[in-house]
Design a protein around this ligand. Structure first.
Ligand code: URA
Length: 215
């Protein structure tokens, strides 16, 4: 998966998914939500960020990946998962055979927290944006990356290392938790990441397009 512009299929939320549909302008309701996030002053993070980080991916996604918060690169470019963690995540999604238009990427926090320290109070303020994005996108499946994203969607979930790689249900949707790609800093966690990505492919019913070494 590459970091191309968000897909722009113009059908209304809930409409039949037509992968062959010609791209049109971004739907009005989605643009309005994007503009609302851009103008948001609900929490102090809007003062320190360069720009809000709204979404990357297709607008009729088969799968939405929920991350924690934008980092420095995301803040600079205004798009989620475009730094080192994003490259690892993109490689994983490509390995299981997902292409760009099938996936949407967003974060619990729309603005980068100073020092990349996740801010639970900001997450509560930001929640309305997340809920409205998910309601509009209406993805058949969710993936969370990292403990904070999992806790936001499924507060009752066990610790991340106990439940990553095992399907669950949250917000009435099938959910697959992954550890955060930025946390993969040891051989043991690299092996765990690769195993969990294999399990993601099986959960999706994909054979997988890429070798494990690409992870
Ligand atoms: N980590 C996240 O959780 N989200 C991003 O967008 C980038 C890094």
């Amino acid at each position: 998966m590459t970091s191309g512009e968000p897909g722009t299929e113009g059908s209304a939320p809930g409409a039949a998914r037509d992968p062959g549909a010609a791209p049109t302008a971004e739907p009005v309701a989605w643009s309005a939500l994007r503009a609302e996030v851009a103008a948001c002053t609900r929490c102090p993070l809007h003062r320190s960020r360069t720009q809000p980080v709204f979404y990357r991916g297709g607008l009729r996604p088969h799968l939405v990946v929920v991350g924690e918060a934008p980092g420095a690169q995301e803040d600079r470019l205004g798009r989620p998962f475009v730094g080192r963690a994003g490259r690892r995540l993109d490689a994983a999604l490509a390995t299981v055979g997902l292409d760009e238009a099938e996936v949407g990427l967003l974060n619990v926090l729309k603005c980068r927290p100073p020092g990349n320290r996740f801010d639970p109070a900001a997450a509560r303020s930001c929640r309305t944006h997340l809920d409205r994005q998910l309601a509009w996108l209406d993805p058949p499946r969710l993936v969370t990356v990292g403990a904070r994203a999992l806790a936001a969607l499924d507060p009752e979930a066990p610790p991340i290392l106990r439940c990553a790689g095992r399907p669950r249900t949250a917000l009435g949707r099938p959910l697959f938790p992954l550890i955060h790609p930025a946390a993969v800093r040891s051989h043991a966690l690299a092996r765990r990441w690769a195993d969990d990505v294999d399990a993601l492919g099986a959960w999706l019913g994909r054979r997988g397009a890429g070798p494990r070494e690409a992870l």
